[in-house]
Structure formats: C-alpha cells, structure tokens
Design a protein around this ligand. Sequence first.
Ligand SMILES: Cc1ncc(C[n+]2csc(CCOP(=O)(O)OP(=O)(O)O)c2C)c(N)n1
Length: 562
Amino acid sequence: MTQITGGEAFVRMLQLHGVKHIFGLCGDTSLPFYDAMYRLEHGMQHILTRDERSAAYMADGYARVSGRVGVCEGPSGGGATYILPGVVEANESSIPVLCFTSDISVSARGRYALTELDQQALFRPLTKWNTVLDTGADIPRVLRNAFKQMTTGRPGAVHIGFPYDVQKQMVDEADIWGDASLNQFPSRRDCADPAAIAEAAKLLIAAERPLFIVGGGVVISGAEAELVACAGRLGAPVATTISGQGSIGDAHALALGVVGSNGGTLPTRALVQAADLVVFVSCRAGSVTTERWRYPAPGKVAVIQLDIDPAVIGANYPVAVGLVGDAKLTLAALRDELDASGARARGWGSDAVAAAKREKFSAFRLLAEANERPIRPERVVAELNRVLQDDAVVVADPGTPCPYLSAYYQNELTGRHLISNRAHGALGYSMAAAAGAYFGRPGAKIVSVMGDGSFGFTVGELETICRLKIPLAMVVISNSNFGWIRAGQKTGFGGRYFSVDFSRTDHAAVASAFGVKSYRVEDPQKLRDTLKLAVEANEPVLVDVLCQPLEEARAPVSEWIA
Ligand SMILES: Cc1ncc(C[n+]2csc(CCOP(=O)(O)OP(=O)(O)O)c2C)c(N)n1
C-alpha cells in the first residue's frame, strides 16, 4: 500500500476538491505542509500575504465573486488568532471559506509549547463546523466533510487545526479521493415544501402592495432571474439589504435599491412602510435592514419569509408562511405557482419605485454636482459610477464608503458587483478582499474604496499587491478621523467629540513608497480624470481623495438624518 505524508495528503485533498488558490502566511508549525506544497505538482497558487487577517479577507472576496470556496491558512498561535476576523465575517455572511491553521504537535499538548492554544474552542463559535486533527488517517475524511459543510445547506466557513506531527504522519494513498463539485456553492439544493409555496402564492395574489426585501442569498444561489420573474408577475418592488445588492439590476423598474439604516433613505423607507405584505428572501431581518425592527413594523404587515436556514424564519417577525429552501429552486416554484394561479401585476410597484427613486436621486445629484472642497462623498460615488463599467467589482469598507455606495452606486447588471463586509463591519476589509476578488474574477476591474481608518488597518498589504502586480484601483476617503463614530457623537451625544481624530496621512506618498502609482485629489473637478486613470491602468493605483468629514455630510444613515 502506498503511503504519503499528512502534508502531502492535505495538498492532494485540496487539489481533488478543485482548489486553485490558497491565501496564507508561513510559520514554524506549517513547515511540513509548505514543504509538501513545494515538492508536489498540484496546480494551486499560494498567495503569500503580510497578515493572516488579509489572507482570510482575500479568501472571502475570492469566494464572493467566483462562487467557489475560498481557502486561507496561517500558523499556530498568533497566526490562528490573527486570522479570526475574516473567518467569522465569511461565516456570518454565508460565504464558504476553508481556514486551516497549523498547530503544535499532538505529542506536545499540555506541555507549554510555544503557540499552544485550544484551536477547537477558539474557532467553534466562529465557524459552521471545525475540528483539530489528531491523526493523519483522518485527513481525507475531514477534508471531504469540510467541503460538504461549506457548500451545502447554509454556506459558511470551516476551520481545521493541523498539528505539526500530523503533517508528518503517513496516510494511505487509497483514502485520497474527493468530489470537486463540492467546490461550487451551493453544491446541492433543496426546494421548499410545495404546500407552503402554494399558500405563499395565494397570499401574494391577495395582497395589494406586496414588496420583496432581499438579502445575500439570491446572488449566492444565482436566483436573480427567478426573483425578477416573481416580482414581475406581482408588480412588487424589490428592495435589498447591503449584501443583497445585485439581486436585481438597478435600472429595473421594480428595483428600489438598498433599504435600512445604512444606505437606506427616507423615500425608500416610505415604500417599506406602505407595503401590506413583505417577502423576506434570504434576509434575516436584522437590525440594519429593518432599522432596529421598525420598518416594516412588526405585527402591522403580513410577512412571508424564505431562507435556507430554518432558524432564520420567524426569528424577528411573525410569519404567515415560512419557506425553507434554496432561493433559486423555491422562487422558480413560486413563479410557476403564480403563473398557474393567474397572478396579475399591480401598478403600484413600478410607479411607487419610480417616484421614490426620483426623489432620492434628485437630492443626490444636487450634492454630487456641487464643486465643494473638501470633496463631497456624493461626488466620489458619482464619478466612480461614470468611469466604471458595469462588470467592475467595487469593495466598500465601513465608514463613508458603505452607506454612500450602497445608496447611490448604480449597476444595471445582476450578480456580485458591490461587496461590503456587513456581518461584523470590521475596518480594513476592502483592500484585501479586493485583492482576493482579483484572483476570483481576473478579467474584471476590481476597486477598493476605503476610509483612512481602514487604510491604517490594512496598509501593509500594499506590498502584496505590488509584488503580485494586482491591478487594483484603490480609493482612500481621507478625512483624518474615525468619521462614522464622530458622526454618532455629533448626532447622539451633543457633538462632544472624544478620541476620534487622528492626523492627516499622505496616503499617496505611502503608496508610492510601496511602489504603487498614486495620486492625491483635492479639486472635485480633477476627480473624474484621476479616477479614470486609476481604473484604466493595468497596474495597482491608489487615489487619495480629501473628503468632507462624515459628520458634516448628508450621509444616507437614518439615525443621523432623524
Ligand atoms: C475593527 C473595527 N474597529 C472599530 C470599528 C468601529 N467603527 C465603525 S466605523 C468606524 C470609523 C471608520 O473610520 P474611517 O475608516 O476613517 O472611515 P470614515 O468613517 O471616516 O469615513 C469605527 C471606528 C469597526 N467597525 N471595526
């Protein structure tokens, strides 16, 4: 019987499951695995990052744009603790990421070995499934289970701890087999109960003003056409969460845009209030989308909820009908049911959407066209929209980028074109996630829009981007403070600004020092041409934009507007 090492077995199992890219950072306890990567022919590219946080964010960005599992790795101890933010973000956003970290030897457990920690306990609450290997013989079975866990049911992140001595143990080659179709997500689909679908169709046909609120699962499931078909049969507006952007093209007559406290506006909220039946599709109806469970008003509106995860149904609103299943299959069945029942579209949807968008965008345009200094965030969004093709992918950090891009950036295409890390909203996500997205969708222009606070978290990754010649367009919204928190202090705490200001960094100079081409823009009239240069370049470019402080801006954030 031929035997191979645990490190080799792990490499082969990744290869058999169709992995092409691994984002990670080396360490002492990872040496046997790295050696197997060196020695074997496997066709996988290892992308060396400068921080394990970035490795996980890259895997997340990669998975979001490619529909394939993202893979990240790091060493024991500090590597395992640094990699956590990206793992939990992916897991809570239902994005399949396989994270593995090397670990001290099984034989060294409990002996105060350098970097020892309980990885099983550390990753348990942050992942859909996790384990720490005890023996090499378990490697094939654990990897097969990991891919199944990530891409079936609610997609999510998994973690495997990979001890040093297990990497060196021998494994039977006959056990090395796997199913490459488990690399795509969703890899297997279930449709909701037909009786519940029929009941939902009946309620929808009887409703006068039905409205959809759509989360991330429609794009994950590839259910955009089925969603539009259902909404079209009913003439129902389609609102989305931030993660749900791309579920319907922004130019569609029924596309209302983002609703909720971050990126929603008063005219879009008004439509949510006017609905008499809300269908939450792959939407947990959490605090941001519902503005703390106020819009729609619980108990005052009928609710249908469709989700792959039965625990989500009815968690926040009493539901008339709950549909547990894959969005694509279930919406297709609902469409067929609506057709069979002779559903007819109401006029309210397209008229109400058109009026709400007119109001929202006329206010936006006034601000976007003003030649004020510091530059208004509205201007940045408007110019980005002008210079970017629809197939571009924009990754927005928290702070100024997320609400502004969510509210106003327009894209006619469906699918994943605007990404923001909305599970935890940790600063410093977008540069790395954008770099990962480049490997997941190499033909598309990838743009990272970050606050200067976020830039500070992630700046070291400019070296990776430069070394690998990743042609990102990077935009820094420079306002020299943690603006989002400053705005909260202004509106909620009488303008008592406490410990939110930092000094102005010359981000263009920093980028240049890394070897990245860069520009600084203070004049709004120079913004378009500079962004165009960045977007058209076939190399990494950073544009530092001196922007209006968030607390002075008219941000689409309902708490501040109120
Ligand atoms: C890791 C992390 N720490 C703290 C926060 C809380 N937080 C949310 S927004 C924000 C300020 C963002 O500042 P910046 O990136 O400069 O963008 P701006 O709001 O100024 O546009 C902070 C500190 C967070 N989201 N993530």
